[in-house]
Write a protein that binds this ligand. Sequence first.
Ligand code: GLY
Ligand code: MN
Ligand code: MN
Length: 462
Amino acid sequence: MFAPSVFAARRARLQQAGLSGLLLFVGNVDSPMNYHDNTLPFVQDSSFRYFFGLNEPALAGVIDADSGEATLFGNDPDVSDIVWTGPLPSLSERAAKAAVGRSRPYAELAQLLAEARAAGRPVRYLAPYRGETLIEMGRLLDVHPAVVKAGFCPALTRAVVALREIKGEEEIAEMESALGVTHAMHIAAMQNAKPGVLEYQVVGIMEGIMRRHDWHLAYPSIFSKRGEVLHNHGHGNVLQQGDLVLNDTGCASGGGYASDITRTFPVGGKFSTRQRELYDIVLEMQEAAIAAIKPGIKYQDIHKLSAAVMVERMAELGFFRGDADAIVESGAYAIAFPHGLGHQIGMDVHDMEALGEDLVGYGDGAERSPLFGLGYLRLGKPLKAGMVVTVEPGVYFIPALIEAWEKEERHSAFINYAKFREYADFGGIRIEDNVLVTADGSRVLGEPIPKTVEEIEAVMAV
Ligand code: GLY
Ligand code: MN
Ligand code: MN
């Protein structure tokens, strides 16, 4: 947890957004695995944690936007809790860790909110995304849970996004610490992905490294030789010599920040000519995108620039024909690159996505594209110094997509379907790094993880 003054400063900056009334942040509760006391690893609500620091269940925070006063709501442990948990800090001791001057029993929160509403003061909150929170907020606000979500405050959301999307030095340090462990996980994966090994055995090795730090995954790992299945969470295949493995794995640090890294490598440690040709294209897409990152440029334009690199290079191999810009503008390129170039990353792997993907990723002159592929881009708006984004281009051969488009002759002037069919069993390649937007460009965060063909082959040769 950062120093108490960090949280006080964040709340003070939020107060400067000029909102009136009470700003309510309800923290997460424990989620049962299968009965109440058998819980999943606790994950705090990121906005609560951003302003109130505490990584414990059953807390809420209120900031009075008019006076600036913050209050932590929760319960002091009683002896029947302590029997099970051991000694715990008091509520006021916990509040002090985030420089919150007032703490009150949780039972008083509903009454405070009712009094504010009766006095005509707005109660502003962010859109909840968990069922338990939705029900609890319905109770706190005395409305049906179904109307809670629609009542979230867009102005508060924009103010929170404006703060959370610019990372402070302490946050960057925390993200680089997450990336240090992620580095070790990815190298271990490359070195243990031998012929005959099951995918989940490699996943187990990676997770063991992370658990030795008492950390958890930031998202379910994708580790598969079927990398063309974009959200492939199965790990049941036996690795065979020459298989191309896509490993998209990141961790959530103890301080609550995510990493999100993808590497793709061949089982046995040597890229075939075919694999190398396409791998180098994805690397060039990523390098061109990273080189273009700077404040003011729309991420949507960087996505297109990266797609244009792919089209030009894949046209040389015979996959596309025609003008590269026209192929990008038509959306035809998405047959091989059907997802977005990246997203913001911070406390959440898709940072703040729960607050509304368009509110977080669009605006400032950027609108979501209706095109298949580009329409999945989560971040389209102009970049600002201090943002951290993922840069994750890919090339995939998805047999069902190739077949469906060919059948309807979609973009058939641009796409050489016969060539795509030859690669139907190829799989997929993605390369993903986490990149800080600086005042005049960008910096790839963390110690470099082997990425060129030569670097990967060298680390796999040991
Ligand atoms: N690992 C999820 C993503 O790359 O967006
Ligand atoms: Mn990502
Ligand atoms: Mn990823």
